[in-house]
Design a protein around this ligand. Structure first.
Ligand code: ADP
Ligand code: MG
Ligand code: ZN
Length: 480
């Protein structure tokens, strides 16, 4: 009898909080790429002896927003702890984190996949500091490692899920949901490639129906949702093969080799006791008053899932469209401005169709789209009102993007107005039939396919301006 294995997966996500200054000092946050190495470093984040950390209130505010948005219980008292280990990117020899008394616990988030809707439980949300960055130089005869402490002490939020995920698709949906949430709250830039949003899946298998979990591995260094999904799928397959061959999965930390498409061992996993956790003596417990919590709750914006639900109701959009439009808050804002000056469904079609295609093609985000919502709305209105037909509208959009002219100016200047005048349509059809007598004969002999060709010819005579349905009807009338 063959055993069916169930994947069991829990995620640890580290998100850089985009505060003005670092977690425990006044150094500013600099983007990882633009600043000179060690340009934003002081004695505190360099870990010099005798310095003292001071907690960044903005980081706590941000963390509270996330905790509340995830429906967590926020601890009135939480405690920072030292997690000790030696590594050259960690000058203090320990990382300040939260351990047995985190800021928040027991939250949840809704995800949905093709298999349906699901609630994933959040185990904990806590604050910690980031480490520095090492650059290993391998060229030359003397290999060397450079240390950059710009990132040391940058605030991180760690979000740990319960092992409630059971497939690569669910893992992706969960990670995307958290990613969207943080972007909505404006606390994280969401840049995976720059390491500002890091996802580490813990993956194990167990015989389906077993209550007990199997041995897990943890995968590090995933820089896209795609590699996350691939790494999880790969591990499920690998562990299934290990178990089916009668061997045991060994607990370890793995890396993901993007190019090769497989995981590879990094180091065997430390247990918590290796870190010698103890309460940070230089920081008092973090007290969250009822008042502070209320302020954080009051400051919560409309969240992505709520916004998608509202879009469905208020604008009558299909669920998938509402979700596509609310994925990115900037897109949702653009849509609401666009629909205010046009109609909801037409606005949605243009935005998710032509505009998204253009942005994809140029590798740009909506904030870089050259047309203001009001300018695009004019085009959407002209098309919806039948002033220009759909194909012409696409040409006009391209022209707007190329020249910056308004839709109405382009339509007037190039005489693109849609023509529905029956006499005019009848004339174009008549001319077309006269020019193609052979096709007319074959149509009469039952080759109905030529109708498409004749329609195209008649449309061409109109310079693309003919009302398509009316032209089609007129063609049909003259052929019968
Ligand atoms: P740490 O990695 O620091 O030991 P935890 O033990 O809290 O932290 O677990 C980290 C993550 O691993 C959590 O998301 C949890 O849901 C998940 N997890 C724990 N046990 C398993 C398991 N057997 N299989 C898969 N995921 C697991
Ligand atoms: Mg871990
Ligand atoms: Zn500093």
């Amino acid at each position: 009898m063959t055993v069916t294995y169930q994947p069991v997966i829990g995620l640890e996500i580290h998100a850089v909080l985009e505060t003005r200054t670092k977690m425990f000092c006044a150094c500013r946050l600099v983007g990882s790429t633009h600043a000179e190495p060690n340009a934003a470093v002081c004695p505190v984040c360099a870990g010099l002896p005798g310095t003292l950390p001071t907690l960044n209130q903005q980081a706590v505010d941000y963390a509270l927003q996330v905790a509340l948005a995830l429906s967590c219980e926020v601890a009135p008292v939480s405690v920072f702890a030292r997690k000790s280990y030696f590594y050259p990117d960690l000058p203090k020899g320990y990382q300040i984190s939260q351990y047995d008394q985190p800021l928040a616990r027991n939250g949840r988030i809704q995800i949905h996949t093709e298999a349906g809707e699901k609630t994933i439980r959040i185990r904990r949300v806590h604050l910690e500091e980031d480490t520095g960055k090492l650059t290993h130089l391998t060229e030359g005869n003397q290999p060397a490692t450079l240390v950059d402490l710009n990132r040391a002490g940058v605030p991180l939020l760690e979000i740990v899920s319960e092992p409630d995920l059971h497939s690569a698709a669910e893992v992706r949906a969960y990670a995307v949901a958290i990613h969207n949430l943080l972007r909505y709250l404006g606390v994280n830039s969401g840049d995976l490639e720059k390491g500002l949003f890091r996802i580490e899946p813990n993956i194990s298998l167990r015989p389906l129906g077993n209550a007990e979990f199997g041995t897990r591995v943890e995968v590090k260094n995933l820089s896209s949702f795609r590699s996350l999904e691939q790494a999880v799928a790969y591990e499920i397959e690998r562990q299934t093969a290990v178990l089916e061959s009668g061997q045991a999965v060994s607990q370890q930390t793995l890396g993901w080799d993007e190019a090769a498409g497989h995981t590879l061992p990094q180091r065997s996993k430390e247990d918590a006791e290796d870190y010698r956790y103890f309460p940070e003596p230089d920081l008092p417990p973090l007290l969250i008053s009822a008042d502070w919590l209320e302020k954080a709750r009051a400051a919560l914006p409309e969240l992505p899932q709520a916004r998608a639900a509202r879009f469905q109701k208020q604008y009558g959009l299909a669920r998938s469209t509402a979700e596509t439009l609310t994925d990115d808050p900037a897109v949702a804002d653009y849509y609401e401005a666009l629909t205010a000056a046009s109609t909801p469904q037409a606005a949605a079609n243009w935005l998710t169709g032509e505009v998204f295609a253009w942005l994809n093609q140029h590798g740009l985000g909506i904030s870089e789209f050259p047309l203001e919502p009001a300018a695009l709305a004019e085009l959407v209105r002209l098309a919806a009102a039948g002033e220009i037909n759909q194909n012409t509208a696409k040409t006009v959009l391209a022209e707007m993007l190329a020249t910056g002219q308004s839709a109405s100016a382009i339509v007037a200047e190039r005489d693109l107005r849609q023509i529905s005048d029956p006499a005019q349509l009848a004339a174009w059809v008549g001319e077309t039939l006269a020019a193609h007598p052979e096709q007319v004969v074959s149509y009469k002999n039952g080759k109905t396919g030529v109708l498409q060709f004749l329609f195209g010819q008649a449309m061409r005579r109109s310079n693309g301006r003919a009302h398509p349905e009316a032209l089609q009807a007129e063609l049909q009338r003259q052929m019968d």
